[in-house]
Design a protein around this ligand. Structure first.
Ligand SMILES: Cc1cc2nc3c(=O)[nH]c(=O)nc-3n(C[C@H](O)[C@H](O)[C@H](O)COP(=O)(O)OP(=O)(O)OC[C@H]3O[C@@H](n4cnc5c(N)ncnc54)[C@H](O)[C@@H]3O)c2cc1C
Length: 368
């Protein structure tokens, strides 16, 4: 882990104490994203042969947790950008991998669009079309809540292609791409979410990964699995931030003549936070090891990790807000941000319910 561990200080210094202000203003500084991107830190698992940092999932996970402990909006940018890089690695041809991974590790920023007005949990209802027309492709459709869209150079759009699927990397300034920023999101407020319309957007064939004709379920599973790993580790970071804030406050604030930490019911909160942090970390470590080994159960372990960490983060953030009382009950405060950010992690990359359905399918497949 040494190489990325050295980057903690770099990111820590860049972020400083500004995450609260970004949460309130709803915007991240673009130059900061470019600095991180140009060091390959927004998609650290891209191999060195393609210009990346070549980090394992475990190394990248611990780094993601650190960023998640500082600012979930920034971590969301890492997750989305990382999904794009992972999808390019898996579905791009040799020329596309060389070109786009070099750009994604040199400062260009990217986000990914799956969700549509009629396709949330059920992505098979997707209507966006990516169809060949002469020597180019034309994209028509509408994507919802696309993280990073505000800052992105590229939008990776997943759509229908004949009876199959395709993933197109669309430069955001292409004519026909129209963004509407999501106003006042409940959490991850500075992550640059937008709804995006694509009206007859014409792109050269070399921007469609592998030329199209992909299996829709393979495309979704590949992209979402990376996102689940990243969110899982990001939620470990949220829990760690809550643990730190709660532990410090419990020792520094006194009520009824003693530190809060002397009250048994407050100590129970601290124990619960520690339990959540340890359980989520261990499950994430296990999932990352399975991912690094390309084990057959890597996909289901990613779901297990995401579900454990997201539910752990939502519960831990509520506990931390409770423990801090009015001291944490303000926009921008680390536990207030955690409370809003963590709740949204229970909705995305497969909601709690969708995760439970996948885990139940796994149980049935191994007990049948
Ligand atoms: C902060 C944030 C960032 C996002 N970023 C992106 C992004 O970058 N790219 C992108 O494409 N999308 C993004 N999204 C959209 C996100 O992927 C969807 O919100 C998510 O897939 C859930 O879809 P939905 O909101 O339409 O909810 P729905 O699918 O309508 O679900 C609503 C509720 O019904 C439940 N439900 C649905 N189906 C079932 C079922 N079969 N069984 C049981 N319960 C069910 C769900 O669990 C949920 O509780 C983002 C959303 C948020 C909030």
């Amino acid at each position: 882990m040494p190489e990325l561990e050295g980057e903690h200080a770099f990111v820590g210094e860049l972020v400083g104490d500004r995450a609260a202000a970004w949460d309130v203003s709803g915007e991240l500084p673009l130059d900061l994203l470019h600095k991180l991107g140009a060091r390959g830190l927004l998609c650290a698992e891209v191999p060195a042969s393609f210009g990346g940092r070549g980090a394992s999932s475990l190394e990248s996970g611990e780094f993601t947790a650190y960023v998640g402990s500082l600012c979930s909006s920034l971590r969301s940018v890492m997750t989305s950008h990382g999904i794009v890089a992972h999808t390019v690695r898996r579905f791009g041809d040799r020329t596309q991998r060389r070109r786009f991974l070099a750009e994604l590790t040199a400062g260009k920023i990217a986000g990914v669009g799956f969700s549509e007005p009629g396709a949330g949990s059920d992505l098979s209802a997707m209507q966006t079309r990516i169809e060949p027309d002469g020597d180019s492709f034309v994209v028509n459709g509408e994507k919802k809540w696309l993280t990073v869209a505000r800052y992105a150079d590229y939008l990776l759009v997943l759509g229908r292609h004949g009876d199959a699927a395709a993933a197109a990397l669309i430069p955001k300034d292409t004519p026909g791409v129209q963004l509407t920023l999501v106003e006042n999101p409940m959490g991850c407020r500075a992550a640059g979410h937008a709804d995006v319309r694509f009206d007859n957007v014409r792109i050269p064939a070399e921007y469609v990964l592998g030329g199209g004709g992909q299996s829709m379920s393979m495309l979704f599973t590949t992209a979402l699995s990376y996102g689940r790993m990243s969110i899982a580790w990001g939620c470990v970071g949220i829990i760690r931030a809550c643990l730190q804030a709660a532990g410090t406050h419990a020792q520094n604030r006194s009520q009824a003549g003693v530190a809060l930490a002397e009250h048994q019911l407050v100590r129970r909160h601290l124990a619960e936070l520690f339990l959540a942090e340890q359980a989520s970390t261990r499950v994430c470590e296990h999932a990352s090891r399975r991912w690094d080994a390309a084990a057959p159960d890597m996909g289901v372990m990613a779901v297990l990790a995401k579900h454990t960490s997201a539910t752990g983060a939502a519960r831990s953030a509520a506990t931390a807000v409770q423990l801090l009382g009015s001291a944490g009950a303000q926009d921008g405060h680390v536990v207030a941000r955690a409370f809003r950010d963590a709740k949204l992690m229970e909705l995305i990359e497969g909601s709690n319910e969708i995760s439970q359905l996948i885990l139940a399918d796994h149980v049935l497949s191994v007990t049948g």
